[in-house]
Write a protein that binds this ligand. Structure first.
Ligand SMILES: Nc1ncnc2c1ncn2[C@@H]1O[C@H](COP(=O)(O)OP(=O)(O)OP(=O)(O)O)[C@@H](O)[C@H]1O
Ligand SMILES: [Mg+2]
Length: 238
């Protein structure tokens, strides 16, 4: 489903070039749960933006569902982002003074889904993300960190994307809340067969994935299945 070949990304600021990615290649098949792990500044978010068709590589090719992403028009890219990919960003990008429900239905408004269906789908997504209904009418600035994260996950799920890209989805969370969020991802992967790419700098978080790709200074230093995978029993999370 995802195939990146020798991707590089160089950011230019005036005369200064930052080589964020220096030749990255891998394939991710449908239904995988992959963690991309590396220290701060190693190029993780840069890679996620490219995988999410939010940015283009400086060189190399990116093929998503047999489409060469570099050859798609802006409209086609927007269409892919809207229908195929769910994003959980490093900064969650929720609207602070809109309700939980409003934040989750917003992508559906853009996609032109009728109002009654928007509500049903938002509630289903919030349920999948383990947020309890008593929070749905709260403003997102009236929620705890873990609840905000779950709203961000629900918003990523609401379009039924086959691919979920999550950038540090458990950053700033205590261990217990992190486990709930990771259990949600495992459940989405196992039960709903969604492909998940989870970006993190923490080994304990990456350890919940089936495969771990390690990146350092813009290159992959290791790519292997995770023999010590930690599995969270989703039914304990409600
Ligand atoms: N828009 C930009 N312009 C210039 N340099 C950038 C830009 N975005 C990122 N960089 C640089 O590219 C490198 C990789 O950044 P990136 O955000 O991909 O790292 P990261 O692995 O996600 O780090 P973190 O764990 O801190 O989020 C860094 O050195 C960063 O300063
Ligand atoms: Mg980052």
């Amino acid at each position: 489903m995802i195939e990146v070949k020798n991707i590089t990304k160089t950011y230019m600021n005036g005369d200064m070039a930052t080589h964020a990615l220096r030749g990255v290649s891998f394939t991710i098949n449908d239904g995988e749960f992959v963690a991309i792990m590396g220290p701060s500044g190693s190029g993780k978010s840069t890679l996620m933006h490219i995988l999410g068709a939010l940015d283009t590589p400086t060189s190399g090719t990116y093929t998503l569902d047999k489409h060469d992403v570099s050859k798609l028009s802006d409209d086609e890219l927007a269409e892919i982002r809207r229908n195929r990919i769910g994003f959980v960003f490093q900064s969650f990008n929720l609207l602070p003074r809109a309700t939980v429900i409003r934040n989750v239905t917003l992508p559906l408004i853009y996609a032109g889904v009728p109002e009654a269906e928007r509500l049903t789908r938002a509630e289903a997504a919030l349920k999948s993300a383990s947020l309890t209904p008593d929070r749905y009418q709260h403003m997102s600035n009236q929620l705890s960190g873990g609840q905000i994260q779950r709203v961000a996950i629900a918003r990523a799920l609401v379009n039924n994307p086959s691919l979920i890209l999550a950038d540090e989805p458990t950053g700033n969370l205590d261990t217990q809340t992190s486990e709930i969020v990771l259990g949600t991802f495992q459940c989405l992967n196992e039960e709903q067969k969604r492909t998940i790419v989870l970006i993190t700098h923490e080994p304990d978080i990456a350890n919940h994935a089936k495969r771990i790709i390690r990146i350092r200074d813009g290159v992959i230093v290791e790519d292997s299945t995770n023999p010590n995978r930690r599995i969270i029993n989703h039914s304990e999370n409600s």
